[in-house]
Design a protein around this ligand. Structure first.
Ligand code: PLP
Length: 400
């Protein structure tokens, strides 16, 4: 008899390497947690709640130094713990519809809520108008003159707001501002908005402009602020608040935030409240995806690292992902590594510009290894799906 067939000893554990991004964005404690989970092949998303708290705390403190009000855009993460902690740090919420209203109220019934919506389904209008009338929604920015007419007639006598775009303005060459925009009314329509409000005994006093998510800079925020303040003045609108939306791209350091908030605050009169409502910003460098290498494949012009995920369905709006440095599959090989998902979609791979860092002496990933991708955005969770049977990763929030 072949005794090998009867060998019932436990199989040796499968050994695999764990590849971590080598930037220093993870705290040493969280890095140790990610490494241990990788070694145990405990796959999924993990979020560092201490890092999130640090971002909340640093940013809220900087905003207070410049008399700036901060909201958290619920669309970027509806996770109850993320929202609960935001409210604990004194942040209000930017909401765009009834489910986001519910998520924000679930986190706190005391936090300030500001609604800015492209449009509401009819069934959500009445309950949200009622919440506005009760004072549970504190600000409301209408996206069109027709929406303003509806709000003002449903809530006569209230203070109301509009969202504007900067279409038609002479934007300096190369300034990153999203024009033309499909959102909001033009600044030269403000007199019409003011008069619609006045017909219902309302005062138009809040103006909102989302300055742009992907691309912006301090100068573009200052430009938007100055344009809004000037238009309000020209049209005799007594501006209570300017909300410049989300898109905050500054580093979460006191210096960078002081520079950003200070410059924009200087463009808005002291008696007018200045509001920002970042979304993506809050979870930057807080979330890591631990996943498995399923295959390493070569094509003539690239080397493909096939991972146990669907980039298209799990990592949407998760750009600036932090990727481990990989070694060369073949010495002196100049082909780039590309990170792929396992769905059947040909383009299920990280965008071209999300370059995989390479070093000749870095380890080469093998099938079965574990790889950690840093800086997964909250949007990636909000937008995830199970397309093609690639189940969305589990998420655990950790205090380390
Ligand atoms: C009105 C409004 N506010 C805030 C945000 C949040 O933007 P970000 O996640 O880029 O900070 C968005 C994003 O689309 C938005 O449309």
């Amino acid at each position: 008899m072949d005794t090998d067939l009867l060998n019932t000893a436990a199989p040796a554990p499968i050994r695999h390497a764990v590849h971590l991004p080598d930037d220093d964005r993870m705290s040493p404690e969280f890095r140790a947690v990610v490494r241990r989970r990788g070694e145990e092949a405990a796959l999924g998303l993990v979020a560092d709640l201490d890092a999130l708290d640090r971002r909340y705390s640093t940013t809220v403190a900087a905003a207070a130094r410049h008399d700036v009000r901060l909201l958290c855009a619920v669309k970027a993460s509806t996770h109850p713990e993320v929202l609960r902690r935001a409210a604990e740090f004194g942040l209000g919420f930017d909401i765009a519809n009834e489910p986001e209203f519910e998520a924000a109220r679930g986190a706190s019934t005391r936090a300030r809520l500001s609604l800015t919506s492209p449009a509401l389904p009819r069934r959500e209008q009445a309950p949200l108008f009622a919440a506005f009338a009760r004072g549970e929604i504190h600000r409301w920015h209408c996206d069109s003159l027709a929406q303003l007419e509806e709000l003002a007639s449903a809530c006569p006598g209230s203070t109301v707001g509009v969202r504007v775009c900067l279409d038609g303005l002479d934007v300096p060459e190369g300034m990153p501002l999203f024009t033309p925009s499909r959102f909001g009314i033009r600044l030269d329509q403000l007199p019409l908005a003011r008069d619609i409000a006045a017909r219902h005994g309302c005062a138009l006093r809040w103006i909102h402009a989302h300055n742009g998510s992907e691309e912006n800079d301090i100068a573009s925020y200052v430009f938007a602020a100055e344009a809004i303040v000037a238009a309000a003045r020209a049209h005799e609108i007594d501006l209570e608040a300017v909300d410049l939306g989300g898109g905050l791209l500054a580093e979460a350091t006191p210096e960078a935030l002081d520079e950003f908030f200070g410059a924009v605050r200087a463009a808005v009169p002291a008696e007018t409240e200045l509001v920002f409502e970042p979304g993506r910003y809050w979870l930057i460098d807080c979330m890591t995806l631990i996943t498995q290498v399923l295959d390493v494949k070569e094509t003539p012009d690239r080397v493909l690292l096939v991972l146990d995920l669907g980039l298209m369905s799990h990592l949407q709006w998760a750009d600036h992902i932090r990727i481990p440095t990989l070694g060369l599959l073949v010495p002196d090989d100049s082909r780039p590594w590309r990170l792929c998902g396992r769905s059947c979609f040909e383009e299920d791979m990280l965008d071209e510009w999300e370059k995989v860092p390479v070093a000749a002496d870095a380890p080469v990933p093998r099938r079965g290894d574990v790889i950690a991708l840093g800086n997964i955005s909250g949007y990636a969770i909000e937008l995830s799906c199970d397309f093609n049977g690639v189940r969305r990763p589990t998420l655990e929030l950790l205090g380390v």
